[in-house]
Design a protein around this ligand. Structure first.
Ligand code: PMP
Length: 461
């Protein structure tokens, strides 16, 4: 083990650039860059192979809850290793996955009683889609196999997940082969497609959703939605919106799939975003924070109504599974994560942190290239614009968010923007002091990037 850490930084950089194809990364830029190679972590910080420390400003892509090297989670995994690392869940069971399912059912929105495991957010979504479509097929309604999705929502990178959230930039080679599903506009209030303003609009956009549902009602199996549009730019749906979608689904007898892969486990200030709307979806997808950000476990939860529809003939079973479904190490980590969330009173500790973030970000509203500052819980998206008056966006290719991210990195924090949206998602257990430092770095990064953003905005504004 020790020998592996003896590789010198230059060799590691060279081997990385020679062999590792990084996800969601334009490798042409990457191989030219000075990449961050993480060697270890401690609390809410990460250390690279040169010994430099950085705050983990996006929770290692939105999943870290309690920080890194958390003794209780480390211990739980080591204890599980002393028993067994993995055995299959196909047709047999294992101890931690049973205990975790029981736990999830007790903390999830009421009525969700069945847990189907997988290993990533995308697979949790694939399972949700297949459950919804097969539910209707099992009931003798095979025509109902379309899923209504929302514009710019993101559900993962497998084919089914892409199909319900197609994106012209990311998915262009595949668009022609994805099954077509109807889509409705997500309530992106800063750029309202109806050119109205919230709350005066009284969510007039819901009528557009209803029209789309009504048009496709005979072929629709379900509606899938993110409570906060995540990868689409951190866009929280207005209060009441998710509840209205639940009611719409009830009126049209459609299943509702809520994708809480990003929002679950405290990210929006409550354990699940659904709680804030007082709703239970028919299918709930969970991932990311489920193991505290330790191991790849995801889960698709559903109701007895859906589950029992798979108990008819043998062919009515859900023939879906992955090799590592229900992995014991991951489930043990998840149980330790949930214990810690309770023991540390994590959820109750969030409101002052959420307020601290909101207050610290307020001055950004005056930044010459900030168009919109959006926050839900400890999920923050800051949209850069080339022109504040006209809201003219920076072109996507300009990757304006990186101008800020680089400055932030130089100052000791790692963040990963999406296009022109700078994203800040600190680990939920960050202390007020740590949050204060992270916010200072973030703001300093915006200041330092102003000149470059001005050049990028050009004289066109
Ligand atoms: N759904 C949502 C809402 C997500 O934010 C993500 C990942 N960002 C996914 C699904 C896909 O999860 P994974 O990357 O684990 O496949």
């Amino acid at each position: 083990m020790a020998a592996r850490t003896q590789y010198d930084p230059a060799t590691l950089v060279a081997l990385d650039k020679a062999h590792v194809w990084h996800p969601f990364t334009y490798m042409k830029d990457y191989v030219e860059s000075d990449p961050v190679i993480i060697a270890r972590g401690e609390g809410v910080r990460l250390q690279d192979i040169h010994g430099r420390w950085y705050y983990d400003g996006v929770s290692s892509i939105w999943l870290n809850v309690h920080g890194h090297r958390v003794p209780a989670i480390d211990r739980a995994i080591i204890a599980q290793l002393g028993e067994i690392a993995h055995s299959t869940l196909l047709g047999q069971a294992n101890v931690p996955s049973i205990l975790l399912a029981d736990r999830l059912v007790r903390i999830a929105p009421p009525g969700l009683t069945r847990v189907f495991y997988s290993d990533s957010g995308a697979t949790a979504v694939e399972i949700a889609l297949k459950m919804a479509i097969q539910y209707w097929a099992n009931l003798g309604e095979p025509r109902r196999r379309r899923i209504l999705g929302f514009s710019h929502n993101y559900h993962g990178d497998t084919l089914g997940a892409m199909a319900v959230a197609p994106d012209e930039i990311f998915h262009w080679p595949f668009l022609g082969l994805l099954p077509e599903h109807p889509r409705a506009p997500y309530p992106y209030c800063y750029r309202c497609p109806l050119e109205k303003a919230h709350p005066g609009c009284q969510m007039a956009c819901l009528a557009v959703v209803e029209e789309t549902v009504a048009r496709h009602r005979d072929e629709l199996a379900a509606v899938i939605i993110e409570p906060v549009e995540g990868a689409g730019g951190i866009i929280p749906a207005p209060p009441g919106y998710l509840r209205a979608i639940r009611e719409l689904c009830d009126r049209y007898n459609l299943l509702l799939i809520v994708d809480e892969v990003a929002t679950g486990f405290g990210r929006t200030g409550t354990l699940f975003a659904c709680e804030q709307e007082g709703i239970t979806p028919d299918i709930l997808t969970l991932g990311k924070g489920l193991t505290g950000g330790y191991l790849p476990v995801a889960a698709t939860l559903t109701t007895e109504r859906i589950y029992t529809a798979f108990l008819g003939e043998r062919r009515h079973a859900l023939y879906h599974g992955h090799s590592y479904t229900g992995n014991q190490l991951g489930c043990a980590a998840a149980l330790a994560n949930l214990d810690l969330i309770e023991e540390t009173g994590l959820i109750a500790s969030l409101p002052p942190k959420i307020e601290q973030v909101a207050a610290a970000l307020a001055p950004l509203r005056d930044h010459p290239y900030v168009g919109d500052v959006r926050q839900k819980g400890l999920m923050v998206g800051i949209e850069l614009v080339a022109d504040r008056k006209t809201r003219r966006p920076f072109p996507w290719e300009a990757q304006a968010g990186y101008r800020v991210a680089w400055k932030v990195r130089e100052r000791g924090m790692l963040i990963r923007p999406i296009g022109s949206v700078v994203i800040f998602m600190p680990p939920l257990a960050s202390t007020r002091e740590e949050l204060g430092e992270m916010l200072q770095i973030l703001l300093a990064g915006f200041d330092a990037a102003t000149e470059e953003l001005a050049k990028l905005a050009g004289g066109e504004g």
